[in-house]
Design a protein around this ligand. Structure first.
Ligand code: G6P
Length: 611
């Protein structure tokens, strides 16, 4: 998704901007650009289609430098992937603008500005903002006022960063529904869409709130709310380390992140289970009053986080004996749902900035839920700031677009939620103590499961030339099959689908032949025998079966069936998380064999901050 970086400093800011873009690369983008005010007071603009490296090549061919500058990585929404559509967009050779989000009323504004004589160079909604600010600046007498007047006319979602080359003493920013953070330095200040971009420069951050406009100069930061009143916003010191996003010895971020899972899960559980008890305070100060009232949970999320929600349904229904429903956020927000009494609304999101999930949370706040809660990986995110309760997954920054450690830490956090609710519901202490022990041993079990990597790499060779794959599971293994199929399609571009194995004969069996590998998730649970019958149906149609199974499940390798044996003693509560690991590795190795861009798959973005 789009990335923003800006800086005003007593030195050349070009390296800060380029490093910031590089640190946002993982979010996905298709073109980049930078605008600076050079030593002669002229606006210098460089833009390129493709990766940050292409922009760097342009800067080497035609160098520029300056003490004030803005840079952007674009993920196309309005207009194709071209250099003309890349940001920054400029009006009158002086106003430079970068923008994340979507302006919904850009067409009437564009028509109005065309009539007023502005000439458009691109097909983007962003260029409208540049001309509108330019137009307002003619009478406002001050860039901050011009931006305030301009944004008052915009509808939609935006984070905007602007400078005026004729008055290069400030950067002005504004946001609604798209994240924007100010980084505070000594005699220099910065702005970005994500703290990651600025960690080499500062750890001190101010998060702008909805409707804020800020005037950022070298020594001062002034913030105004939507009503134009001067306000102060708290300063946060980030605990993230600048090198948390380095790849180290691993060939890809995704592989590094798969191998980080034992540590990430241990961190997520750390200090939250004491003895056999989940500490409710981990969910925030209001947890002790809210959790006792919860009789039902409605979960909303997107993508991989949605799959975590589907697993959580089993934790809450089977473990804590309360009803749980799960839904994708893009559907929920337009559904006009009927809310049962004492229902907790739970949003799950790695980034905490996914537009649909955030909009769903905001909608939910109007609907009479007992409370809202977030399970999220980014403490400073909008989702966490706006939910009543939150539990942070401590996965650390996830760079690979295909989510891995964020998913398994979500499962760990959701198992804690299930246990916390079970405790409150008065479920037998012996049972909750057993769950607690099973949750605590997850990091070690993941470590064992990762040892399957070499075998999985060999299996991957049988998938590399395939066009389709079918994943099967039952019960809580069905969402894991969904997640396995999603991983494979995201990074290898093999069409993959997942089905609850019992549904096989209602359609997908028609597709099965010897060219369609079928992957089955087969833990030793109460549905094992049912699954085995379903797999017989597949084998009878000549498909090649790849079964991930517990030891002693009675599967025999043979003609057309290969078995990968999981570590010993996996309990039902643990199996969704543990069976995820080999499916991640399978997708990874298949993608590497096919030579795709594992960390930044085509057309996808890490954080989808537009609807
Ligand atoms: C994008 C990412 C996925 C992620 C989904 C939801 O599609 O590529 O990996 O699962 O967004 O993101 P969230 O940050 O809300 O979990």
């Amino acid at each position: 998704m789009c990335g923003i970086v800006g800086a005003i400093a007593p030195r050349d800011v070009t390296p800060i901007l380029i490093e910031g873009l590089r640190r946002l690369e993982y979010r996905g983008y298709d073109s980049t650009g930078v605008a600076l005010v050079d030593g002669n007071g002229q606006l210098a603009l460089r833009r390129a289609v493709g990766k940050v490296a292409r922009l760097e090549e342009k800067l080497t061919a035609a160098p520029c430098s300056g003490a004030i500058g803005i840079a952007h990585s674009r993920w196309a929404t309005h207009g194709g992937v071209t250099e003309a559509n890349a940001h920054p967009h400029v009006s009158g050779g002086r106003i430079a603008v970068i923008h994340n989000g979507i302006i919904e009323n850009y067409e009437p504004l564009r028509a109005e500005l065309l009539e007023r004589g502005y000439v458009f160079q691109s097909e983007t909604d962003t260029e409208v903002i540049a001309h509108l600010i330019h137009d307002c600046a003619k009478t406002a007498g001050d860039l901050t006022r011009a931006v305030q007047q301009a944004v008052a006319r915009l509808t939609g979602a935006y984070a905007i960063v602007v400078f005026d080359a004729q008055v290069p003493d400030r950067i002005v920013v504004a946001r609604i529904a798209s994240p924007l953070v100010i980084g505070l330095g000594e005699g220099e200040n910065f702005v970005a869409s994500d703290v990651q971009a600025l960690l080499p420069e500062t750890r001190r951050f101010i998060f702008l709130e909805e409707g804020d406009v800020a005037d950022i100069r070298r020594d001062t930061v002034e913030i105004f709310n939507q009503q134009g009143e001067a306000v102060t916003r708290p300063e946060h010191v980030s605990s993230l380390s600048a090198d948390a996003v380095e790849r180290g010895e691993y060939a890809h971020y995704m592989l590094k992140e798969i191998y980080e899972q034992p540590r990430a899960i241990a961190d997520t559980l750390s200090e939250r289970i004491v003895g056999d008890h989940v500490l409710e305070a981990a969910f925030g100060p209001k947890a002790a009053t809210i959790l006792p009232q919860v009789m039902q949970v409605h979960i909303v999320a997107c993508g991989t986080s949605y799959h975590a929600g589907l697993v959580a349904r089993y934790y809450l229904e089977q473990g804590a004996r309360i009803p749980c429903t799960v839904e994708v956020a893009s559907e929920y927000r337009y559904r006009n749902p009927v809310v049962s009494p004492n229902t907790l609304f739970l949003a799950i999101s790695q980034s905490g900035e996914t537009a649909d999930t955030l909009a769903a949370l905001r909608e939910a706040k109007k609907l009479g839920y007992v409370a809202t809660a977030a399970i999220c990986n980014v403490p400073e995110s909008s989702l966490v700031r706006e939910a009543d309760l939150s539990l942070m997954t401590r996965a650390g920054p996830e760079v690979g677009v295909a989510s891995t450690k964020a998913f398994t830490t979500q499962l760990a956090a959701l198992s804690l939620l299930g246990l916390a609710v079970a405790q409150r519901r008065g479920i037998d202490r012996r049972i909750t103590a057993l769950y607690a022990r099973q949750i605590r041993s997850l990091p070690e079990m993941v470590e064992h499961t990762l040892k399957l990597d070499a075998q999985i790499k060999v299996w991957a060779e049988q998938f590399a030339d395939k066009h389709h794959a079918l994943f099967l599971g039952r019960g809580p293994s069905y969402p894991i099959a969904l997640e396995g199929a999603l991983k494979l399609k995201e990074i290898s571009y093999i069409h993959a689908e997942a089905y609850p194995a019992g549904e096989l004969k209602h359609g997908p069996l028609a597709l099965v032949d010897d060219d369609m590998p079928v992957i089955a998730v087969a833990p030793n649970d109460r549905l094992l025998e049912k699954l085995k019958s379903n797999l017989q149906e597949v084998r009878a149609r000549g498909a090649r079966l790849f079964v991930f199974a517990d030891p002693n499940t009675g599967f025999e390798p043979g003609d057309g069936i290969e078995i990968m044996t999981m570590p010993d003693h996996i309990e039902p509560l643990q199996s969704p998380l543990l069976y995820t690991i080999p499916l991640q590795l399978l997708a990874y190795h298949v993608a590497v064999l096919r030579g795709t861009d594992v960390d930044q798959p085509r057309n996808l973005a890490k954080s989808v901050t537009v609807e």
